[in-house]
Design a protein around this ligand. Structure first.
Ligand code: ADP
Length: 329
């Protein structure tokens, strides 16, 4: 069975983009605990300006939401990255394999570094090395598949490059993983700015649907979504009509249809938005209900995370030990 690994940063409240692009794939993977590892990657939350008091709270909230979304702790390993030292142990060895140039070429690095500079903050070195730590997250477990949204494609490519390079130089050590993306909604766009992705760390929340938004809030955000100018009707064209295409993608992801075929059923934006709002509210309803139950018992979530970290450590340690030996230590 192919082992899968994926993660989510506790940098803000989880969004519809996180769910449709990544988490839903995780839930769909019917696995055994040793073959499905999902991680709240808290060390990655420290790469940009962060509030210490929020990180731990958001980590537990992310874990609670993942269980509410359908991850079954008996059928997967759910844990927090900083609880397992093997990630940082391996990251250093991979830093000795990666080059400065290939990290500076990463699109996310360029965007986030520009934003940090514009805001008057220095660019943390960890922002540059973040994809190497992400490679360590994946390679430490010998994962074969990494279910992620489209925005992580480049980082998984880098992970592959680093694995191949390490194996060639020091002997076969790592499984070379591949990214998997959902067929639709692999990149959910911001409802107010459909040229940029719906990201939980963005400050302007009005274009972002959060998983715990009340139904009334979801409806308001969807009904106010920016649609494209011009009189082209409802068509699915991501380049020319990104706002409408985004709504059709979300509807298709929620209802299981095909976005281009769904477009034929609408003559105006109003009806489309109403259907999108209904579909998202229905999609999120069970998740919100289950979250309320789980949040009432945080000790249970902490127990899941403790047990998850123990199991994860047991899987990662032999791989990382082998890497240390292979590199000559
Ligand atoms: P964010 O960018 O919201 O901080 P993370 O970096 O924590 O999200 O990513 C968690 C997972 O969610 C990744 O697999 C990522 O590809 C996916 N993801 C994030 N935003 C979106 C989006 N707008 N559409 C689809 N997938 C997304």
């Amino acid at each position: 069975m192919t082992r899968i690994f994926s993660g989510i940063k506790p940098t803000g409240h989880m969004t519809l983009g996180n769910y449709l692009g990544a988490v839903r794939q995780w839930v769909a993977a019917d696995q055994e605990p040793d073959d499905a590892l999902f991680c709240v990657v808290d060390l990655h939350a420290l790469t940009v300006e962060h509030e210490p008091a929020r990180v731990r709270r958001l980590s537990r909230q992310a874990a609670t939401l993942l269980i509410a979304a359908g991850l079954d702790p008996r059928r997967c390993t759910l844990f927090v990255q900083s609880h397992v030292d093997e990630h940082t142990r391996l990251a250093y060895l991979l830093e000795c394999t990666a080059s400065d140039g290939e990290l500076r070429r990463m699109i996310q690095y360029k965007e986030k570094a520009a934003k940090a500079q514009a805001g008057g903050d220095g660019v943390r070195l960890s922002l540059l090395t973040y994809p190497v730590l992400m490679a360590a997250d994946i390679l430490a477990y010998g994962a074969g598949e990494v279910p992620v949204g489209e925005d992580q494609r480049q980082h998984v490519e880098l992970t592959r490059d680093l694995a191949v390079r390490f194996n060639q130089r020091y002997g076969h050590t790592f499984t070379v993983p591949r990214a998997t993306h959902p067929a639709v909604a692999a990149r959910v766009m911001d409802l107010q700015d459909p040229t940029s992705k719906m990201g939980k760390s963005h400050e302007n929340g009005s274009g972002i649907v959060y998983l715990l938004d009340e139904p009334g809030v979801v409806r308001k955000k969807v009904m106010r979504a920016v649609t494209d100018s011009g009189d082209g009707g409802v068509v699915h064209d991501r380049q020319a009509r990104p706002g409408v295409a985004n709504l059709l993608d979300i509807l298709a992801a929620c209802t299981g249809g095909d976005p281009a075929a769904l477009a034929d059923g609408y003559s105006g934006y109003g009806a489309l938005k109403r259907d999108v709002a209904d579909a998202v509210v229905e999609l999120l309803r069970p998740l919100r209900e289950r979250h309320a139950e789980l949040a009432a018992d945080p000790a249970q979530v902490d127990k899941v995370l403790r047990e998850g970290a123990e199991r994860a450590r047991g899987l990662a340690r032999p791989v990382v030990d082998r890497a240390y030996e292979a590199i000559g230590l």
